[in-house]
Structures are given as C-alpha cells and as structure tokens.
Ligand binder design. Structure first.
Ligand SMILES: NC(=O)c1ccc[n+]([C@@H]2O[C@H](COP(=O)([O-])OP(=O)(O)OC[C@H]3O[C@@H](n4cnc5c(N)ncnc54)[C@H](OP(=O)(O)O)[C@@H]3O)[C@@H](O)[C@H]2O)c1
Length: 242
C-alpha cells in the first residue's frame, strides 16, 4: 500500500509515517522547511525495505499544493492512504488576527487538504480501498481562548471530512483524528508551570505523545477500519468526548 503523509518531517506526521512503514506501507513523507528531518523519516522506511521518499511544498500557498500533488504523480500512479496532517498553531488574540493570518490559517488547514484530496482523487480511486485521514483538533470541539482562527479552521475540517465520507463512498473511507494536547513543537512554548497545569487538566493526567496519535491514524488507514467512515476519533486523554 502507498501512503502520503503531509507534515511528515516532525511530530505527529513523522510518528504516523513510522507507524505506516511498520504496517508494511510505502510512504511519501511531505515537508515544508525541514527536508533533512523528512529524509531521515523516509530513510527509516527504506531501512525496513519499504519505499520512502520526500516531497516538499508550502501548503499555505495554492502553488505549493499543486507542487506536492505533481511530485507524487511523477512517482506513483495510485495512492491508498492520504493523511492530511500538516499544520501550525499560532496563538493570537482574536482582535489581533489579521485577514492575512486568517487566510493563511484556512489555506493551510482547510484549502490545502481540500485541494490536495481533489488533486489526488484519481490516484485514490485506483486503490481498491482508499483511505483519507484528516487531522483536526480537540479545539474544534472545545474552542480556543487564543486561537479562534485555528479552531474555526479545524472545525471546517470536520464538515469537509463528513461530506467526503458520503461523496467518496463506497470505495474511499474518510475519517478524522482529533488530537488533544500532544507533546510536539506545538507545545514547546509551554513554561514548566503551564505544562503541569496542562497535564492536570487532562483526565488521564498527562499530555499525549505523537505516537499515540499516529496509532489512531494508522488504524483508520488500515484494512481493519473497513467499516469506519465519517467518524472522528478523539485522542485527547478524556478532555472531550463529543
Ligand atoms: N500537538 C498538538 O497538541 C496538536 C493538537 C491538536 C491538533 N494538532 C494538529 O496536528 C497536526 C500536526 O501537528 P504537530 O503537533 O505534529 O506539529 P509539528 O510537530 O509542529 O509539525 C508540523 C508539521 O507540519 C508541517 N508544516 C507546517 N507548516 C507548513 C506549511 N506551511 N506547509 C506545509 N507543511 C507545513 C511541518 O513541516 P516542516 O517540518 O517542514 O516545517 C511539520 O511537518 C497539525 O495539523 C496540528 O494542528 C496538534
């Protein structure tokens, strides 16, 4: 099976690429700036006798989306798994969110997954059982006190995924993973006190790891999830369950 993981250089995306390699898949590892990190992830797959290579592109620009799709089409004529994970979380008070920041956020989290899925649909349709997995956020459900732009975009992802689950059935399943507080660069600015407070707010008493989210993505990407579509899998330690 062949998979593309956007934002595969670090964090949840890198852990997902590792999990998919471990499941026996070939993986195209996408990155924006950190090619060397992505090359390391891809090399890990090759050392396990899987095909692993890097595709670069800035998904906050329409040209970048087209470049990623083109790079993939040059290499593969079919695709089984598309994981739409690339993203950033800039904490900005509502009154300071400029139109440009709002547009960039929606481009990266909504337009790019939308357009990339559309661009790669002919390849996914050549798979006997295509899988699309979007990465949203617990903040799509809980809201954010310093990221209305981000929470709005992550909510839009839910509507997109649920719609595609209907429209692309029965050959392609489309699901969402909604992580809670996960230990990646997104939490890197936490002070030690904030980190303790964050862990205490989670019923399971700690933040999650990138690999715990990756395992959920890998399940939805696997043949084991053949009757799951239009679903959101929460990976948040009990923060929300709606
Ligand atoms: N960590 C959390 O607590 C958490 C919680 C809920 C949801 N999420 C979501 O989970 C996903 C992965 O986040 P993470 O925590 O793993 O973050 P991360 O470690 O910061 O990784 C972000 C990834 O996205 C890529 N990326 C960033 N900007 C991009 C752009 N303009 N174009 C293309 N790719 C870009 C990065 O590529 P480069 O390395 O090349 O820059 C990197 O691979 C995101 O969608 C995020 O919103 C995370």
């Amino acid at each position: 099976m062949r998979a593309l993981v956007t934002g595969g250089s670090r964090g949840i995306g890198a852990a997902t690429a590792h999990a998919l390699f471990s499941a026996g898949m070939d993986v195209a590892v996408h990155a924006h700036r950190h090619r060397a990190l992505a090359e390391r992830v891809a090399a890990g797959g090759r050392s396990a006798n899987r095909e692993g290579f890097v595709v670069m592109g800035d998904l906050s620009e329409a040209d970048g989306v087209r470049a990623v799709a083109e790079a993939l089409r040059e290499r593969w004529d079919s695709l089984d798994v598309l994981v739409l994970n690339a993203g950033t979380y800039d904490r900005i008070p509502f009154r300071s969110v400029t139109d440009a920041a709002l547009q960039e956020c929606f481009q990266l989290h909504v337009f790019a997954p939308f357009a990339l899925t559309r661009e790669l649909l002919p390849l996914l349709q050549r798979s006997p059982a295509g899988r699309v997995v979007f990465v949203s956020s617990v903040l799509a459900f809980a809201g954010s006190s310093h990221g209305a732009h981000y929470a709005s975009a992550k909510s839009a992802v839910l509507g997109l995924a649920r719609s595609l689950a209907k429209e692309l059935a029965p050959t392609i399943t489309v699901n969402v993973v909604a992580p809670g507080s996960i230990d990646t660069s997104i939490l890197a600015s936490d002070s030690p006190a904030k980190r303790i407070e964050r862990a205490r707010s989670v019923p399971l008493g700690r933040v999650g790891s990138a690999s715990e989210v990756a395992e959920a993505i890998a399940f939805l990407a696997s043949p084991a999830a053949s009757y799951v579509t239009g679903a959101t899998l929460h990976v948040n330690g009990g923060l929300r369950s709606d």
